[in-house]
Design a protein around this ligand. Structure first.
Ligand code: 3PG
Length: 207
C-alpha cells in the first residue's frame, strides 16, 4: 500500500490520543464495529507505542498507524511497534530520509503551497493539510486545485461531523482526519457504544 492508497481506505481517519494502552484494543474494536478501520494513534501519549502493538496483535481488521511523528527516532520506534503508516504535522529532511529508508506509507503535514511543493519533491503526493480549518480550510483546498492538481490531501485540524462532508466533496481530498470520533472523556469512561455511533456516522460521510 502506498500513501495514496492509504487515503482511500477510509473517509475519516480518527486522530487518537490514548491515555492508557489498556484501553487500546477495546477502543479499536469500537471504531471497527462502526466501520472505521484506519486508525492513527498519535505519539503524544506515553501509551502510544504499546497501544499500536496491542492493536496489531489483537485487532487484525484495523490498519493502525502512528501520528505526530516528529523525527526519525520516533518513526523507527513506531515502525518497530508495528505501525503500518505514519503521519506528521510537518516535514523535515531527516524525517523524509528516514521514511525513504523504511518505505512506510507517510503523510507529511503541509500548510502552504511551498511546503506542499517541497513535500512533492520528496515524492509525497498524498499530504496532510494541517491545521486545515485555521489556514483556510475548504477555500484553500479549492484554490490549490488549479496550481497543484497532482496532489491529494487529508485535511485535519478543526474538522468534525458538521464540516467534514464539505471537505470530502472536493476532488483533491480523499479523506479527512480528526479527533472528534474519540473524545477524551468518552475514551476514559470506556463509552464504546458512543464511539461506535460516532464511527458509524463518520462512515456515512463519504456518501
Ligand atoms: C491532528 O493532529 O491531526 C489534529 O490535532 C487533529 O485536530 P482536531 O483535534 O482538531 O481534530
Amino acid at each position: 500500500m502506498n500513501a495514496l492508497e492509504l487515503l482511500e481506505t477510509s473517509p475519516v481517519i480518527p486522530v487518537i490520543v490514548i491515555p492508557d494502552s489498556a484501553l487500546a484494543v477495546d477502543l479499536a474494536h469500537a471504531l471497527v464495529a462502526g466501520g472505521i478501520c484506519t486508525l492513527e494513534i498519535t505519539l503524544r501519549s506515553s501509551a502510544a507505542l504499546a497501544s499500536i502493538e496491542a492493536i496489531r496483535q489483537h485487532v487484525p481488521e484495523a490498519l493502525v498507524g502512528a501520528g505526530t511523528v516528529l523525527d526519525a527516532q520516533q518513526l523507527q520506534s513506531a515502525h518497530a511497534a508495528g505501525a503500518q503508516f505514519a503521519v506528521s504535522p510537518g516535514l523535515t529532511e531527516p524525517l523524509a530520509l528516514a521514511i525513504r529508508d523504511r518505505r512506510i506509507p507517510f503523510l507529511p503535514g503541509v500548510a502552504s503551497a511551498s511546503e506542499a511543493m517541497r513535500a512533492a519533491e520528496w515524492g509525497f503526493m498524498a499530504q496532510k493539510l494541517f491545521p486545515a480549518q485555521a489556514i483556510g480550510g475548504v477555500e484553500l483546498l479549492k484554490a490549490w486545485q488549479g496550481p497543484l492538481p497532482h496532489l491529494r490531501f487529508c485535511p485535519t485540524g478543526g474538522i468534525h461531523a458538521g464540516n467534514a462532508a464539505q471537505y470530502l466533496a472536493l476532488p483533491n481530498v480523499r479523506c479527512v482526519g480528526g479527533s472528534w470520533l474519540t473524545p477524551a472523556a468518552a475514551v476514559a469512561a470506556r463509552q464504546w457504544g458512543a464511539i461506535t455511533r460516532l464511527a458509524r456516522e463518520a462512515r456515512t460521510l463519504a456518501g
